[in-house]
Ligand binder design. Structure first.
Ligand code: NAD
Length: 486
């Protein structure tokens, strides 16, 4: 069965019996086994979709973090599921209050192509940990991966538990119009808007994991070579096709040229060759390659200086034909060109000069809130100022990307980069309903104040208002004591 509406109906019927701890841990265990047994096949499928995806990148950014998420949930699930006691307010004592986490029911997950495994099975772990049924819609740009994942999940899960729906934007639109109990979408900001509109018709709550332009601020005290190395590692990973890749970098103006040279040297050290280098990933499609080349040409025509390492510049034509793009810097592109208004999502890095740290912070703060922010400094006052006066989904200091790999840190965007966070316990909570429960003792103060009001009410109401006993007369002619009091 592949009709998403019928699959949802099947899952909805099954959701009437929520899984207990043992069943949830078994489901997560099956995902762990899937990742162990089929890691190489999953890599091969992703690489076929990209043209070339560097094997270490698939292991480091897909298999390992997904396995870590599954193991973390497996280990902590019992404590996450435990009801938590809450305080009972004085007038309601004796009594007991607590919150319990319940599965929301049926969750939809729509994922993108850039890390197809981590961004589909990652949220699947959290949704299963929270006891939900899940329908997954992977990207149409990674068809080999989507097909393999569908088969691997079908071998281990009943479609009433987990199922994969495949297809392009038409299928995705219909999918997002289904009345899920929660919808997690990872993708571009523009499509995120359409997803939220579709979900609103069903009052389906959404988690939107979107993109944006994640800045890197290099403080005046930062070590040039170390910073350039770290930035290029983060920028060129997966050829820049990472939602939290540094999108542009702000550098003190007196260090602009030295810093740009250091970036080029590091790019060539990491990837001495581009064209046939198995460590360097391809751009996902010809359309995206053309988009990036056109954006660089437009910025150059508008006055930006284009820089490439001499070894890479020689390779530009051959690299294009191999589906790769040579690492490219743009010095001081104008603020209205596509490279400075749209998310880049490729191995192209604008480098901008700033006069003062205040100006750099103001530049970032004046733009839509990004998914990530990077700050390079060993000065804690600078670090505090940058973190306090800017906002982003997450941040790494003196590095890039790695805040996303921490299973105990919530991951999500803010403003234009998304809403809601998951990973670890935050993911468990995201896919759970937090239900508040109160059970009064047999003789709690509040339950004794029922009509007809008498001496007990006269004694207790002033106490509740913090007045001395008897200060509030019980005079039926002036209305009920509650009305008089409130
Ligand atoms: P995309 O928005 O084009 O597609 C994402 C998914 O949405 C795909 O499965 C696609 O089939 C589906 N889709 C397409 N049209 C739709 C519609 N009208 N309604 C509902 N669904 C629709 O994004 P992409 O090109 O696959 O991925 C790149 C974007 O994703 C970048 O902006 C990147 O920053 C962002 N991203 C964000 C995160 C994050 O965790 N915040 C992670 C990875 C990528």
């Amino acid at each position: 069965m592949s009709d998403p509406g019928r699959l949802l109906a099947l899952q909805r019927a099954a959701a009437a019996a929520p899984p207990d701890l043992r069943q949830r841990r078994k489901a997560i265990g099956r995902l762990i086994a899937l990742l162990h047994e089929s890691g190489d096949r999953l890599h091969a499928a992703i690489s076929a979709d990209f043209g070339n995806r560097a094997y270490p990148e698939t292991v480091l950014a897909e298999l390992l973090p997904t396995l870590a998420a599954a193991r973390h949930a497996h280990r902590h699930l019992a404590s996450w599921m435990r009801p938590r006691r809450r305080q009972v307010a004085l007038p309601f004592r004796p009594g007991r209050a607590w919150v319990m986490r319940q599965p929301l029911g049926c969750v939809g997950i729509v994922s993108p192509w850039n890390y197809p495994l981590f961004l589909s099975v990652g949220p699947l772990v959290d949704a299963l940990a929270a006891g939900n049924r899940v329908l997954l819609k992977p990207s149409e740009l990674t068809p080999h991966f989507a097909d393999l994942l569908a088969r691997l999940l079908a071998e281990r899960f009943d479609p009433a538990e987990v199922a994969v729906v495949q297809g392009g934007p038409e299928v995705a639109r219909a999918f997002c119009a289904l009345p899920f109990d929660h919808l997690l979408f990872t993708g571009s900001t523009g499509v995120g808007r359409a997803v939220m509109q579709a979900a609103a018709a069903n009052l389906t709550p959404v988690t939107l994991e979107l993109g944006g332009k994640s800045p890197a601020i290099v403080a005046p005290d930062a070590d040039i070579v170390r910073t350039a190395h770290s930035l290029m590692v983060g920028k060129l990973f997966n050829a820049g096709q990472t939602c939290v890749a540094p999108d542009y970098v702000l550098v003190p103006e007196d260090r602009l040229h030295r810093f740009a040279q250091a970036l080029l040297v590091e790019a060539a050290r990491l990837y001495p060759r581009v064209t046939d280098n198995p460590d360097y990933s391809c751009i996902i499609s010809d359309r995206h390659s053309a988009r990036l080349r056109e954006a660089v040409a437009a910025a150059a025509a508008a006055g930006a200086t284009v820089l490439r390492h001499p070894d890479h510049a020689d390779e530009a034509g051959a690299a294009d034909r191999s589906g790769r793009l040579v690492p490219t810097l743009l010095l001081s592109p104008p603020p209205d060109c596509a490279l400075m208004t749209e998310e880049i999502f490729g191995p192209v890095l604008p480098v901008l000069a700033y006069r003062s740290l205040d100006a750099a912070i103001a530049f970032v703060a004046a733009r839509p809130r990004p998914l990530a922010l990077y700050c390079y400094t060993d000065d804690r006052r600078v670090e505090r100022a940058v973190l306090a006066r800017t906002m982003s989904g997450g941040a790494t200091v003196n590095g890039t990307i790695l805040h996303c790999a921490q299973p105990d840190l919530p991951f999500g965007g803010v403003g234009a980069s998304g809403m809601g966070a998951y990973h670890g316990e935050a993911g468990f909570q995201r896919f759970s309903h937090t239900r508040s429960v109160y059970r009064p003792g047999r003789f709690s103060g509040f339950t004794t104040m029922t009509p007809p009001h008498g001496v007990m009410t006269r004694r207790l109401l002033p106490l509740m208002l913090g007045r001395r006993p008897g200060a509030l007369p019980l005079d039926p002619a002036k209305g009920s004591p509650l009305e008089t009091a409130l």
